[in-house]
Design a protein around this ligand. Structure first.
Ligand code: PLP
Length: 380
C-alpha cells in the first residue's frame, strides 16, 4: 500500500543527524525550551526573513494565541474561508468571536479580497486568509483592504511553509507566506511540509510588541516567572521536536522542490484527462504542494469520486478528500450560519480529491498512481 505521506523514507535520509541530536537532548535533560528550541527559532526567522518566530505547541494554538495577542474581543467578527480545515474557524468560536465564513475562488480554492470585502461589517475586526494546499492567497489586495478597513490579518500558513508571494509592485518584492499579515501561524504536524515527530506550531510577526505579547500569552501570560499579567495558555514546542525541525529546515526547499517535481508529473498526465481539473498555479505565488488536489469535472462528481477512491484503494493507492463538508454545514458551526449555500465551496467539497504527495515521490510511484487514475477514466 502506498502512503499519502512517506515519513519513513524521509527519516532514513536524515536519521544520523536526528538520532545524534535526539541523544544530545536526552543527555542534556533540557526538554522544554533551551538551546535546541532557540536554535530552531533563529533558523526559522532567518529562513522566513521575519523578525520574530514564536514557537508553540501546535498550529491551532498558534491561531488562538495570535487572536488573543491582537486583543480580539467576544462579538468581534473574523472572516474566514468556508473551505478550510476546521482549526482555522474553531479557535475563533472558542474565543467567543464570530467566524464569518465566505466562499473561495474556484481555481485557487483560496479566499480573495472580493469575498472578504462582501463580508465586512461594522463588527469585522480580523481576516484569516488560508494559504490552502500550499499556495498563497492573493495577499496584496487583502492587505490593502485590511488597511482601508483597519482590520488585522492573521495568515493561516499551516499548509504553505516555504511558499513565496510576489507583490505586484517591485518595491514590495517577494515575501515568504506567513510573514505578510500582522501574524502568520503555522503547524508542524508530522505530515506538514515542515513537520516534527509529534505536535508543534509557531507564530510569525515583524511587530515587536505583538511578538512580546504572543510570547507572554503562550507562557501562562507571565511577563516574568510567577508574575501573570493576563490570562494565557500553556503552549510550548519541546526540545525533541525542535531538533527534528531544525534538521528538516535545512532540507525544506529541497523537499518542496521534490513535491513540485511530483506535481509537474501529475499535471502532465492529468492535464490530458478531460474529467479532471489540475491544480491552478498562480503567477504571484510559488506552490509548495502540501496537497496535490484535483477536481472532478463530471456532473456526477461525488459518484465518480467514490468509484475512483474504491478503484485506487483496491490497487493499494490511497486518496483523501480535503474537505468533504463546508464549515458552515458542520453541526459545530451551525450557530454561526444564517442558512444558504456557498456555491464554490459546495462544488469543491463534492469534487476534490488529493493524491499522495510528499518529498519522496519517485517516478515509479508517480507512474503507478497516474497509470491507475488513467485506467479508471479510460474504463468509464
Ligand atoms: C489550514 C490549517 N490550519 C490549522 C491547522 C492546525 O494545525 P495543528 O494540527 O498543528 O493544530 C492545520 C493542520 O492540520 C491546517 O491544515
Amino acid at each position: 500500500m502506498l502512503q499519502m505521506v512517506d515519513l519513513k523514507t524521509q527519516y532514513g535520509h536524515i536519521k544520523s543527524e536526528i538520532d545524534r541530536e535526539m541523544k544530545e537532548v536526552l543527555d542534556s535533560c533540557i526538554f522544554i525550551g533551551g538551546p535546541k528550541v532557540n536554535a530552531f527559532r533563529e533558523g526559522l526567522e532567518q529562513y522566513l526573513g521575519v523578525k520574530h518566530v514564536i514557537p508553540c505547541a501546535n498550529g491551532t494554538d498558534a491561531l488562538q494565541i495570535a487572536m488573543m495577542a491582537l486583543g480580539l474581543k467576544p462579538g468581534d467578527e473574523v472572516i474566514v474561508p468556508a473551505f478550510t480545515y476546521v482549526a482555522t474557524a474553531e479557535v475563533i468560536a472558542l474565543l467567543g468571536l464570530t467566524p464569518v465564513m465566505t466562499d473561495v475562488d474556484p481555481d485557487t480554492m483560496n479566499i480573495t479580497a472580493a469575498h472578504i470585502e462582501a463580508a465586512i461589517t461594522s463588527r469585522t475586526k480580523a481576516i484569516v486568509p488560508v494559504h490552502l494546499f500550499g499556495q498563497s492567497a492573493d495577499m496584496a489586495p487583502i492587505m490593502a483592504l485590511a488597511k482601508k478597513h483597519n482590520l488585522f490579518v492573521i495568515e493561516d500558513n499551516a499548509q504553505a511553509i516555504g511558499a513565496d508571494y510576489t507583490y505586484p509592485s517591485a518595491e514590495d518584492g517577494t515575501k515568504k507566506t506567513g510573514t505578510i499579515g500582522h501574524f502568520g501561524c503555522t503547524s508542524f504536524f508530522p505530515s506538514k511540509n515542515l513537520g516534527c515527530y509529534g505536535d508543534g506550531g509557531a507564530m510569525m510577526t515583524n511587530d515587536d510588541a505583538l511578538a512580546a505579547k504572543a510570547r507572554m500569552i503562550a507562557n501562562h501570560g507571565q511577563s516574568k516567572m510567577y508574575y501573570h499579567d493576563e490570562i494565557g495558555v500553556n503552549s510550548r514546542l519541546d526540545a525533541m521536536q525542535a531538533v527534528i525541525l531544525n534538521a528538516k529546515l535545512k532540507h525544506l526547499d529541497q523537499y518542496n522542490a521534490a513535491r513540485n517535481r511530483g506535481a509537474d508529473y501529475y499535471d502532465r498526465i492529468f492535464g490530458q484527462i478531460p474529467q479532471l481539473k489540475i491544480p491552478a498555479r498562480q503567477p504571484n505565488s510559488t506552490h509548495v504542494f502540501h496537497q496535490y488536489t484535483l477536481q472532478i469535472t463530471t456532473a456526477n462528481a461525488v459518484e465518480t469520486r467514490d468509484a475512483l477512491k474504491a478503484f485506487l484503494l483496491e490497487k493499494g493507492i490511497p486518496c483523501m478528500i480535503y474537505y468533504p463538508v463546508p464549515l458552515y454545514e458542520q453541526p459545530a458551526f451551525a450557530p454561526f450560519w444564517k442558512g444558504g449555500k456557498l456555491p464554490v465551496t459546495e462544488a469543491l467539497c463534492a469534487s476534490v480529491f488529493s493524491l499522495p504527495m510528499h518529498s519522496e515521490m519517485t517516478d515509479e510511484i508517480l507512474a503507478e498512481i497516474t497509470g491507475a487514475v488513467k485506467t479508471f477514466f479510460e474504463q468509464r
